[in-house]
Design a protein around this ligand. Structure first.
Ligand SMILES: Cc1cc2nc3c(=O)[nH]c(=O)nc-3n(C[C@H](O)[C@H](O)[C@H](O)COP(=O)(O)O)c2cc1C
Ligand code: SF4
Length: 646
């Protein structure tokens, strides 16, 4: 028995397979579709100790594709078998069970190719984008069932030992199952028994076309979380209908087409509690006899252990936690809890792969770049490296350089490490970020013996330290716009507002309604301020591109009667009594306030960068001092700069 997390590390036997622990890596579609990259990304989860690794949504038919064949593997394409076989091997060779998610997206397919037919679904309708969806007739239903079964057979042939059948998130199986999307009058619609028929026939056909050892894990949405959508009571009934046919039931939530539900399905953020779907798994577990998997915002081994110990689920799905740190299972098992790199639940990974076909993780610079970092040369000598700046970028650079055998000194001018991550210290909505800050500080202290706090990294110091390499991570200063009164005693920067809420009066105006300004507004509301006004010159708030973060943030702000959100409004003047603003027509108004929070962005500290540029043989500037961006950009650049020291 594992002495740290006994339930989490107790093996479980399903069919003829023993899983080494209770941590599964659910699919995280990266859209790499480059053999080596996909293989290495998934292999790392197996190397890190997960019991099962499921590769992302693979489509059962190349007729019905959401993305092009360049980005998703398709099981009826013989060219993809090589990719799949190599990936399965890479998971299996490292002791995890290779699993593949089989999906038919039905109505959501797109006409990428000349041969793409119109999408299909249980019902005929016209999508909001004008695409006609055909109601599936008996032949089409039979074809889809056969596609699933053939795909499963190919999956087994290529080495997968487990199938995750996607019966949730609003894809085709879920469409048949839910009365919201299936009002057919024939044997495929109407009663739950009829609506479940498609799923059951798919499962039965898969059983026929695969060996007796093949594990079938059915992923469902325990609650579709939309009016008229499937709810847990029906899912429990459905689970009872299928439990003798499948091996595991995996309970997620939500549907992909309704943004609001994504925060419970894919993109749990800091606005959603950790383990937000556990109650759904628990409800299913109470009625079935097969193992139940829970998923959603479970990022710590403690929570995972607790869920298992309380009998709420049998297996824990950790998707993003294993992107953030694929070694989480091994570290937890060995009692190295403090060394687990925590996931921020920021959804940069999802954002990158969905919107930019560029998968990255905010805290794990290696994720998605395995092909690059695994092939970089190893240093042949130990160099003297001075890292200037103890924010996330500086700490990451120091950690990586030290891990690579260099002699590292970290110089930080303030009394503490952490840099801008200090904004998380008092904000309960930034608890994940706080964990990341603590992790970076712990790792820095563990690996870097020479940390100089309260020390300015200037050319004089460099003369004394004589580094071979300087990594300059000196960050950025708040940008203060040229507005009358901006230097007044009642003006505080957004960063300071997070650190010192006690300095802020009851009536607050926040200048700048970007992500930081809106987060500051919510923090002020949580800190008990009475009137909070956000003044934004553009016609948008927060960061609409990062809507997975912005949506719940704006929802919370709009629901709070103390908060006023003013867009297309500019600041004309700040006085000791408040702020004079003007709308886009130029109509002026005065808002009385005790404190003005300035959230108008950051300016890179280029002066310090340039003063240090020639103080060592090699020099790298990284993070906000190059361009103020996100944590991810700083951490990534830091890691690769340190990797470049040879
Ligand atoms: C980058 C990314 C890609 C994902 N791709 C898929 C996918 O292809 N199929 C799927 O069913 N779920 C997918 N998911 C959802 C995850 O499997 C999981 O249900 C979700 O992330 C919640 O778990 P977590 O909080 O542990 O991350 C994806 C999630 C992420 C973050
Ligand atoms: S990008 Fe953010 S949400 Fe995704 S795994 Fe990394 S830290 Fe977690």
């Amino acid at each position: 028995m594992n002495k740290y997390y006994p339930h989490l590390f107790s093996p479980i036997r399903i069919r003829n397979t023993t899983f080494r622990n209770r941590i599964f890596a659910p699919p995280t579609g990266t859209r790499f579709r480059r053999l080596e990259q996909e293989r290495l990304f998934e292999a790392d989860k197996a190397i890190g100790g997960a019991a099962q690794v499921t590769i992302c949504e693979t489509y059962v038919s190349s007729k019905y594709l959401r993305q092009t064949k360049q980005v998703v593997p398709v099981l009826d394409d013989p060219n993809d078998r090589l990719i799949l076989a190599e990936t399965a091997n890479s998971i299996k060779f490292h002791g995890a069970v290779p699993s593949i998610e089989l999906s038919h997206i039905g109505p959501y397919s797109n006409k990428h190719y000349a041969w793409s037919p119109d999408p299909i679904g249980p019902m005929e309708y016209t999508r909001p984008d004008g695409i006609h969806v055909r109601a599936m007739d008996e032949d089409m239903i039979e074809e889809a069932i056969e596609d699933f079964a053939n795909a499963a057979a190919v999956a087994e042939l290529t080495g997968f030992e487990s199938i995750m059948l996607h019966g949730g998130h609003g894809w085709l199986i879920a469409q048949f199952l839910s009365a919201r999307t299936n009002q057919r009058k024939d044997r495929w619609g109407g009663s739950l028994e009829n609506r479940a028929r498609f799923a059951i026939e798919v499962i039965d056909r898969i059983r026929k076309k695969t060996s007796k050892d093949m594990i079938i894990e059915l992923r469902v949405s325990g609650d579709e979380l939309v009016p008229g959508g499937q709810q847990i009571d029906e899912i429990k009934e459905f689970a009872l209908m299928v439990q003798d046919k499948i091996d595991l039931i995996h309970v997620s939530a939500g549907i992909h087409e309704v943004r609001d539900t994504l925060t419970r399905m894919f993109a749990h953020t800091t606005f959603t509690e950790h383990g937000c779907n556990v109650y759904l798994a628990e409800a299913v577990k109470k009625v079935v006899k097969i193992p139940v998997v829970t998923v959603g915002g479970i990022t710590s081994p403690e929570l995972a252990e607790q869920i298992l110990a309380e009998g709420k689920a049998d297996i824990i799905g950790m998707a993003r936690a294993l992107i953030a740190d694929p070694d989480l299972p091994n570290k937890a098992r060995r009692g190295q809890r403090d060394r687990i790199r925590p996931c921020l639940r920021c959804n940069s990974c999802l954002h990158g792969c969905v919107h930019r076909d560029n998968f990255n993780c905010a805290v794990n610079p290696k994720a998605g770049h395995e092909l690059l970092w695994k092939t970089l040369p190893t240093p042949t000598r130990s160099r003297k490296v001075v890292v200037v700046g103890g924010g996330p970028g500086g700490m990451q650079a120091a950690i990586t350089a030290a891990e690579r055998g260099h002699k590292v000194t970290l110089v930080e001018k303030s009394p503490a490490l952490g840099g801008l991550l200090k904004i998380s210290d008092q904000d309960p909505l930034k608890d994940d970020m706080q964990e990341f800050k603590k992790y970076l500080i712990r790792e820095t202290k563990r690996l870097v013996p020479d940390i100089m706090l309260n020390t300015e990294g200037n050319p004089e110091l460099m003369k004394k330290l004589k580094p071979d390499v300087i990594i300059c991570a000196v960050g950025a200063h708040p940008y203060l716009p040229p507005v009358p009164g901006i230097n007044g005693d009642n003006v505080i920067t957004a960063v300071d507002s997070f650190c010192h809420p006690e300095k802020i009066g009851a009536r607050v105006v926040i200048l700048g309604g970007g992500l930081v300004g809106c987060e500051a507004a919510l923090f002020m509301a949580h800190s008990g301020k009475k009137e909070i006004t956000v003044v934004e010159v553009q016609n948008k708030l927060a960061d609409p591109i990062y809507w997975r973060q912005s949506d719940p943030l704006l929802k919370a702000l709009r629901a709070d009667p103390r908060v006023a959100l003013l867009t297309e409004t500019s600041c004309r003047e700040i006085t000791s009594k408040g702020m004079r603003i003007a709308d886009k027509e130029g109509n002026e108004k005065f808002i009385e306030a005790d404190t003005i929070i300035c959230a108008t962005g950051l300016l890179s500290d280029r002066e310090t960068v340039e003063s240090l540029r020639f103080c060592a043989e090699d020099f790298h500037d990284i993070g906000d001092c190059v361009r103020p961006l996100k944590i991810m950009d700083a951490v990534q650049r830091a890691y690769f700069a340190a990797m470049d020291i040879l």
